[in-house]
Design a protein around this ligand. Structure first.
Ligand SMILES: Cc1cc2nc3c(=O)[nH]c(=O)nc-3n(C[C@H](O)[C@H](O)[C@H](O)COP(=O)(O)O)c2cc1C
Length: 172
């Protein structure tokens, strides 16, 4: 089994595409490190098999969770994830939804922390323009922020840097 389980939810395919780009970036450091799962058909037991987890989530409907994550989220209340290392990437549109930018990733991060897991992959929010975000903690996001509407050109380099630092933080 691969070391890292990557679980994503996606309504229109953008988060799915980024999930595979992240897997490809990890593969450059050692093939087969990451296994990708759609959260829409994943179970909590599948998730609990991994000690290293990456979760990808877009924000929908002005500050709401993506549909499949919305269904999965109550599972976390029954999951003990202490000892697990988790990093999150969020998709959002800072120009269109500047008061709710990446909110879903922030909601997910807080649920994950309640399971006892440790969160890695925090990311500077300096190069984004937004008003409010549930993913914001001081000068960081609790996730990699990906904006395919407003800053698509920055995404490949962001993924490269984030994967490098998550890999180092995970210690793998
Ligand atoms: C109706 C609608 C509502 C959205 N609401 C938000 C929002 O509140 N915050 C945000 O950051 N992005 C918001 N977005 C942008 C999506 O998160 C973005 O398009 C994302 O890339 C979609 O990912 P997916 O294709 O994987 O579903 C919204 C987009 C749409 C169409």
């Amino acid at each position: 089994m691969a070391k890292i389980g990557l679980f994503y939810g996606s309504n229109t395919g953008k988060t799915e595409a980024i999930a595979y780009q992240i897997k490809d970036e990890f593969d450059k450091h050692g093939a087969g490190l990451v296994e990708v799962h759609n959260i829409g058909s994943a179970t909590k037991d599948q998730m609990l098999q991994y000690n290293y987890l990456i979760m990808g989530i877009p924000t929908w409907n002005t500050g709401e969770l993506q549909d499949d994550w919305d269904v999965f989220l109550p599972n976390f209340r029954e999951m003990n994830m202490s000892g697990k290392q988790v990093a999150i990437f969020g998709l959002g549109d800072q120009n269109g939804y500047g008061f709710n930018f990446l909110d879903a990733a922030g909601i997910l991060a807080n649920e994950v922390l309640l399971t006892g897991a440790t969160l890695f992959g925090l990311w500077s929010n300096e190069k984004y323009q937004f008003n409010e975000s549930k993913a914001k903690q001081d000068e960081y996001f609790l996730c990699l922020g990906v904006d395919q509407e407003g800053q698509e050109n920055l995404t490949p380099e962001r993924i490269k840097q984030w994967v490098k630092s998550v890999k180092a933080e995970f210690g793998i």
